[in-house]
Design a protein around this ligand. Structure first.
Ligand SMILES: NC(=O)c1ccc[n+]([C@@H]2O[C@H](COP(=O)([O-])OP(=O)(O)OC[C@H]3O[C@@H](n4cnc5c(N)ncnc54)[C@H](O)[C@@H]3O)[C@@H](O)[C@H]2O)c1
Length: 447
């Protein structure tokens, strides 16, 4: 079996014993093993830049050595942002930026195949995959093939063929002992961890119902620009096209649906629901719905209701609540995570005084494991199954049918374009009126 570069270095003893061979030795750097963990950032947008900065803010010696994006302007902005930051070492001393972000022009890659060039670099130990989710399966495949440790954002695909690919690769990553963290950061947030551990231990009895929500406002939208090809337009305005985004029920609400799966320790056997486009009806909003509501039905008959909508000026709630046979939890708000019994007694009240940002924790834990040569994280399977749950929800609202887990997972509907090129056509294009076709329950086929 081929090994990841770091595992090879560690196994062969080349870096055993600390800083002797460290390229950073002599710079006053703190590190558990004195080696540099080299990272390639794939997808240099808001989250990619944030994740890269968090990787660089761990106590390991981490360096960004390559960047890849479909668009040069996005990559350049991210490079500017990352190099504008004033990084400090663990002792609080400012660190020379070159030791943190060492990305000369020949390691900046642009275009649809940019990811391959960055991932192929031999020195790269870890890849951050933060493009729109439609690309995740192929980028994950490349990373696993090249034996890299991986941080990848949720969702991990936008259709069932993509999910099946990620599930297959999750197994391969396990065999190769590649650490994979998925950005479902509630798994790295102390109040969720502590409360759900107790729920699994029976503190609330059997969980027999619940509600999960992402109801709030609408995210960014990019207007079509003159001279853009249809492919470029969809890539720039990716949130509103399913092959790229998966609809907000997946892109955003996957977080809360994933909490329902986590609490229930399983995945729904069937889902039915309803949804539509009520507020965002214009051309710029592509094909996605603006609201969905679901019944998630689990194997023991428990029904969890899920709601997501993106309407300006309405009530906001991003949270989860569950009821059990012995008690309930009404919120996972950091300060109000309380397990209660039905007489008003407090079973557990999470102490939030040591709150740590879960976006930072996921990187702290991943890089600490990599630095020690440990294999600790295999998030891809749950990431894929929770993403599948959210896609199954989309299938239910788009079709108006009850959708079963197996038929959803085995669906052959592949949303990805046949060819990726700026002059190639995505599968969904606007009609003569400029509007995109939108799913109609009762008519649209989703399986
Ligand atoms: N965990 C969280 O809370 C959280 C928060 C925000 C975003 N996200 C996820 O992070 C991902 C990125 O979201 P974002 O908000 O950063 O979007 P963004 O548009 O800011 O960034 C995406 C970047 O990927 C680039 N890109 C697109 N296709 C590419 C390709 N084929 N190869 C290389 N680069 C490509 C884009 O040009 C852009 O720079 C999404 O999956 C999103 O759901 C997660």
């Amino acid at each position: 079996m081929e090994q990841n570069r770091r595992n090879f270095l560690k196994a062969s003893g080349l870096i055993a014993g600390g800083a002797i061979l460290s390229p950073l030795a002599g710079y006053g750097y703190n590190s558990a093993v004195g080696d540099t963990i080299k990272v390639a950032l794939i997808g240099c947008g808001g989250r990619g830049t944030g994740a890269a900065a968090q990787a660089l803010s761990t106590t390991q010696n981490v360096q960004i050595v390559a960047m890849a994006d479909a668009f040069k302007d996005r990559l350049d902005d991210a490079y500017k942002n990352l190099t504008a930051k004033k990084y400090k070492d663990a002792a609080g001393k400012p660190v020379d930026i070159k030791l943190k972000v060492d990305v000369p022009d020949d390691r900046k890659f642009v275009g649809f195949d940019a990811f391959k060039k960055a991932i192929a670099l031999k020195d790269v130990d870890v890849v951050i995959l933060a493009t729109p989710p439609g690309f995740r399966p192929s980028h994950f495949e490349e990373a696993v093939k090249n034996n890299k440790h991986i941080f990848m954002e949720k969702p991990v695909a936008t259709d069932a063929p993509g999910i099946r690919k990620v599930l297959e690769l999750a197994e391969e990553a396990k065999k190769k002992k590649l650490n994979v963290v998925v950005g479902l950061q509630r798994h790295y947030q102390a109040n969720y961890r502590e409360a759900i551990k107790r729920i699994h231990d029976g503190a609330l009895g059997d969980i027999v119902g619940g509600q999960v929500y992402w109801v709030g406002s609408s995210p960014w939208m990019k207007e079509r620009q003159p001279n853009q090809t249809e492919m470029e337009y969809q890539m720039r305005n990716w949130y509103y096209f399913n092959w790229l985004c998966g609809d907000h029920i997946s892109e955003q609400h996957v977080h809360n649906i994933d909490v329902a799966n986590w609490v229930k320790n399983g995945y729904p056997v069937s889902i039915q629901g309803t949804g539509g486009r009520q507020v965002r009806t214009g051309k710029a909003y592509g094909e996605i719905y603006d609201h969905h509501t679901l019944d998630l039905v689990y194997a023991d008959g428990t029904v969890i209701s899920s709601q997501c909508r993106q309407f300006e000026g309405t009530w906001n709630r991003v949270d989860e609540a569950f009821v059990g046979t012995k008690g309930r939890i009404d919120s996972f708000d950091d300060k109000k995570t309380i397990l209660k019994d039905y007489k008003g007694g407090v079973i557990y009240h999470h102490d939030n005084s040591n709150y740590r940002n879960p976006y930072q924790v996921e990187h702290d834990e991943l890089f600490a494991a990599i630095a020690k040569g440990e294999y600790k994280f295999a998030d891809a399977e749950n990431g894929a199954k929770s993403t599948m749950t959210s896609i199954m929800g989309r299938m239910a609202t788009y079709s108006g049918k009850q959708i079963k887990w197996e038929e959803a997972l085995n669906s052959d509907i592949n949303l990805f374009p046949d060819k990726l090129a700026w002059d190639a056509s995505p599968k969904i294009v606007p009609g003569p009126d400029g509007l995109y076709p939108v799913a109609i329950p009762g008519k649209t086929q989703v399986i």
